[in-house]
Write a protein that binds this ligand. Structure first.
Ligand code: HEM
Length: 416
């Protein structure tokens, strides 16, 4: 207790000095920095855990629209959202705004992952990654990903539809863990050429050797540390994200018969044109239609934004979901309506940013698109499923997941 008091007494005067200096300079955005160090962190973490983070942010956005200041995780922070904010975050040069990572992420992934790199170094390592994540390279892998998905779903489903109703909750698959293993397997097979079997199960032990082998052909000059740190980043970035997207799509389809029917019809048309067992191709995906909260950046100098200044050294918290839920941009934003993406030109720039934008836009975008489309195509044309958990809740940790991992009852369709 005494130690806490001493820390408080030491930190508070510095904090006051910092905020007074800034407050006297006109233009600091509205909002309070709260108690030193803690600020709004506990309230925000509580909102995340109690599943009300979206509402917490919405309330803040409505109160201070479109920019406010707060104190998150010990750092003075600017919370911004909307088209202009996204444009500022995603298109500013790396001398004004840099990426900002927590110490934990840097410790886990290493300091040479893309998340920590800026300027020339960021471009060089990103180019290396994109050399195999770009559409021309991915085209060759559509059939392989299709094969992986078929094997995976068959393997985990076998026999499960025959259990008695009493055992349903225990024995029927939960979609989320199933999709997480699936996205892990796909990345293993794609990045390391590592197929199903004992070796893949022992993957973690041999990780580093395999990484070197997989990147050896790359002609862009990057260091061993950069290889290791970025392969770990790709494993992490590509694992939860796509698995969660596929899981939520399955829940949305199960809850929305009209969208389910439209997607089913589209996918059956594609399936009809194929022989039994024939894999999908890149051209098939072109016939189909096409989850992260936001992130942190850091202001490297004072930045003028409308009537306000974002002070040098402050953290910038960009929240995509607030822009996505803005009904002046997307009428009925909470309605699941994939058809709004049919006319991409109708969406104003920097308003739909689930993968970010600009020089740091997600390099795994095409990869995620392929695995999601192929998984949904296979599942919807081969199975029917019923949700075994009727609520529509989801929690965050910090990525989102549906109640109980989305247990479902899966029944194979009769394929003619
Ligand atoms: C539904 C799936 C996915 C979503 C919604 C998603 C979203 C995002 C977002 C919002 C960012 C941050 C952009 C920024 O800071 O401006 C990002 C970065 C990144 N993503 Fe993804 N991602 C997905 C899947 C993937 C996959 C499958 C991979 C790898 C195969 C991947 C690799 C990366 C990497 C390496 C970065 C860092 C890029 C950089 O800092 O230059 N992501 N992603």
């Amino acid at each position: 207790m005494i130690a806490l008091l001493i820390i408080f007494l030491l930190v508070f005067p510095i904090f006051l000095l910092l905020t007074r200096r800034r407050s006297s300079a006109k233009g600091l955005p509205p909002g309070s920095l709260g108690i030193p160090i803690i600020g709004q962190s506990l309230a925000f973490l509580h909102a995340i855990r109690s599943n009300t983070a979206e509402q917490w942010l919405e309330l803040r956005a409505r109160k201070y629209d479109p920019i406010s200041k707060l104190n998150l995780f010990g750092k003075p922070t600017i919370f911004i959202h909307g088209q202009a904010a996204n444009k500022l975050v995603f298109s500013s040069d790396s001398n004004s705004i840099s990426n900002q990572q927590t110490q934990a992420i840097t410790l886990i992934l290493g300091d040479r992952s893309l998340l920590n790199l800026t300027g020339q170094d960021h471009r060089r390592v990103r180019d290396a990654l994109l050399s195999f994540l770009k559409p021309e390279s991915l085209k060759k892998y559509v059939g392989k990903i299709d094969g992986e998905i078929r094997q995976h779903i068959e393997f985990h489903r076998q026999g499960k539809e025959q259990v008695t109703v009493m055992l349903v909750a225990l024995c029927f698959p939960k979609v989320l863990p199933l999709m997480k293993t699936l996205t892990f397997n796909i990345i293993c097979s794609f990045l390391f050429g590592l197929e199903r079997g004992k070796q893949r199960d022992q993957f973690l032990g041999g990780l580093q050797d395999m990484i070197k082998g997989a990147w050896a052909e790359n002609e862009v000059l990057i260091s061993d540390d950069e290889i290791v740190h970025n392969v770990m980043l790709v494993m992490v970035a590509g694992h939860d994200t796509s698995a969660i997207l596929i899981t939520f799509l399955m829940r949305l389809f199960a809850n929305d018969p009209a969208v389910y029917a439209a997607v089913l019809q589209e996918q059956e048309e594609i399936a009809k044109g194929k022989q039994r067992g024939e894999f999908l191709t890149w051209e098939d995906l072109a016939k189909m239609f096409p989850p992260i909260f936001g992130g942190f950046r850091k202001a490297l100098k004072d930045i003028e934004y409308g009537r306000y200044v974002i002070p040098e050294g402050w953290q910038i918290f960009w929240v995509a979901s607030v822009t996505h839920m803005d009904d002046t941009i997307f009428p009925e934003p909470s309605k699941f309506d994939p058809s709004i993406f049919e006319n991409q030109a109708s969406i104003p720039p920097y308003c739909y940013v689930p993968f970010g934008a600009g020089p740091r836009i997600c390099p795994g975008y095409e990869f995620a698109r392929i695995e999601t489309l192929v998984a949904i195509h296979y599942i919807i044309t081969h199975f029917k499923w019923k949700l075994l958990c009727s609520d529509n809740f989801f929690s965050r940790n910090p990525t989102s997941f549906p109640s109980k991992g989305l247990p479902v009852q899966i029944t194979p369709k009769k394929i003619l």
